[in-house]
Design a protein around this ligand. Structure first.
Ligand SMILES: Cc1ncc(COP(=O)(O)O)c(C=O)c1O
Length: 458
């Protein structure tokens, strides 16, 4: 059968309010042409992020009802700890309210000024937390990982030769840890092969550098390994995940992704001394070590969700459905980051709208057009998000790439919603020559994309 079938039935629904083009035009104008400023109720298909936006299963809701909200030693904590230890295998588990809290605990304990932390590609909160600790974050993707149109089965891999060069250049004592992000979100949701994890792990162990995995999308990565890497075709995703984590010394996790939860995360490590320091910090800023930043019911939802994320039927559907969206728009000629990632499709807005220069924000122009066309909310990852502005002269420097991300929430939208999105993207593609750029009329000094107001160029 070629039809993609969701491996779940729907027990509870939320309305998607239909809007007319005129209504959407008024909403987006009122929002200053910034979709972050829209009311979610005015969005028909929300592809802003896959983080914390998924639907929970009946088993997760059931587990939440038995959430034990005891301050210390709750039964929910022991269920959470058992699940995390079973899948990830590390000796210490510190529960946090989301991924970036785990990052802060890790980097503020391990990093200081002069330190360097390599990763295939740092996610922005990872980079920010490393820099907040005074250290430098370095991206070492393979060369294909930097080229949107280049195809590679494991485009999220780290460049191992570049890692060796970095260690030789700065010295191992200045590298307190090395990270690998699976899948590589900033690099387009691209997977990392087991061979690459093994090689990076070997280099790290040779130099005594601990390896931590940014595990947000570990289950999706395990599925890519099963379907693309020789020798793994018959292995269960949970076995692949366990093999991957055995090669590392710890991990950070945002359970808002492959934890199938709306909030939560954890830090895990095999290092007793570090765990003791991090636990002190956890108590100071998150909470008691048996709940950290979460309620007992959140711990339950994650303990269940981690296993659901690893179910082969779910992963087959998830990855196939994302690839289907990518294939449909690419067939019509839409330039996308190839191959499609696990959780999102990234449109190359610079190639989509070559007549809109980077400083006229082609990615944002496409985001606004998708909302106008069909009520779809995507996110710009280009000059609005990453462009820099000299505060003295007001001179703008564009970002390296102009991308638009369509991130797919887990188990939320049906295949007909996916068809609707594909149709809308292709409709905008057909009238792309008429799409104009934007200019910023109001912006904050940092993270301007969240609140900026824009206006269309004449
Ligand atoms: C790869 C990666 N690491 C870390 C994070 C941070 O997680 P959180 O949003 O839960 O703080 C994210 C969130 O999108 C992510 O994609």
């Amino acid at each position: 059968m070629r039809t993609i079938v969701e491996p779940f039935r729907i027990k509870s629904v939320e309305p998607v309010r239909m809007t007319s083009r005129e209504e959407r035009e008024a909403h987006v104008k009122k929002a200053g042409y910034n979709v972050f400023r829209l009311r979610a109720a005015d969005v028909m298909i929300d592809l802003l992020t896959d983080s914390g936006t998924g639907a929970m299963s009946a088993d997760q809701w059931g587990a939440m009802m038995r959430g034990d909200e005891s301050y210390a030693g709750a039964a929910s904590w022991y269920r959470f700890e058992r699940a995390v230890t079973d899948i990830f295998g590390f000796t210490h588990v510190l529960p946090t309210h989301q991924g970036r809290a785990a990052e802060r605990l890790l980097f503020s304990t391990l990093c200081k000024s002069g330190h360097v932390v390599p990763n295939n590609t740092h996610f922005d909160t990872t980079r920010a937390n490393i820099e907040a600790a005074g250290a430098t974050a370095v991206d070492l993707p393979i060369p294909e990982g930097r080229i949107p149109s280049a195809s590679h089965p494991f485009k999220g891999n780290m460049d191992v030769a570049a890692l060796r060069r970095l260690i030789a250049e700065v010295g191992k004592t200045r590298i307190p840890l090395c990270m690998l992000t699976v899948t590589n979100n900033s690099g387009g949701g691209q997977p990392v092969s087991m061979a690459n994890v093994r090689e990076v792990s070997a280099v790290c162990r040779e130099h005594g550098i601990p390896l931590y995995i940014d595990a947000c999308r570990f289950a999706e990565n395990a599925w890519f390994i099963r379907t693309r890497e020789a020798g793994y075709e018959d292995r269960m995703p949970i076995a692949i995940a366990r093999e991957m984590f055995e090669l590392a010394d710890g991990c950070t996790m945002s359970a808002k992704k492959d934890g199938m939860a709306n909030i939560g995360g954890f830090l895990a490590t095999n290092d007793d001394r570090l765990a003791a320091l991090e636990t002190n910090l956890l108590i100071l800023t998150e909470g008691y070590p048996t709940y950290g930043g979460m309620a007992g019911r959140d711990l339950e939802a994650i303990a269940e969700g981690l296993y659901e994320a690893l179910e082969p039927d779910y992963l087959r559907y998830r990855i196939t459905s994302t690839a289907y969206l990518g294939a449909h728009v690419a067939e019509a000629g839409v330039p996308i980051v190839q191959p499609p990632g696990g959780h999102a499709i990234y449109i190359d807005a610079a190639a989509f709208l070559p007549h809109v220069p980077p400083l006229a924000l082609p990615g944002q122009a496409l985001v606004v057009e998708l909302y106008r066309e069909a009520g779809i909310r995507a996110v710009e990852i280009g000059t609005l998000m990453f462009g820099t502005r000299d505060p003295a002269t007001g001179t703008e420097k564009p970002a390296a790439t102009e991308l638009v991300r369509l991130a797919i929430p887990r188990r939320v939208y049906t295949q007909s919603h996916v068809d609707y999105v594909a149709e809308a993207v292709v409709n905008v593609w057909k009238r792309r020559d008429d799409v104009r750029g934007y200019r910023i009329v109001e912006q904050a000094p940092a993270l301007r994309h969240f609140t900026a107001k824009l206006e269309p160029l004449a």
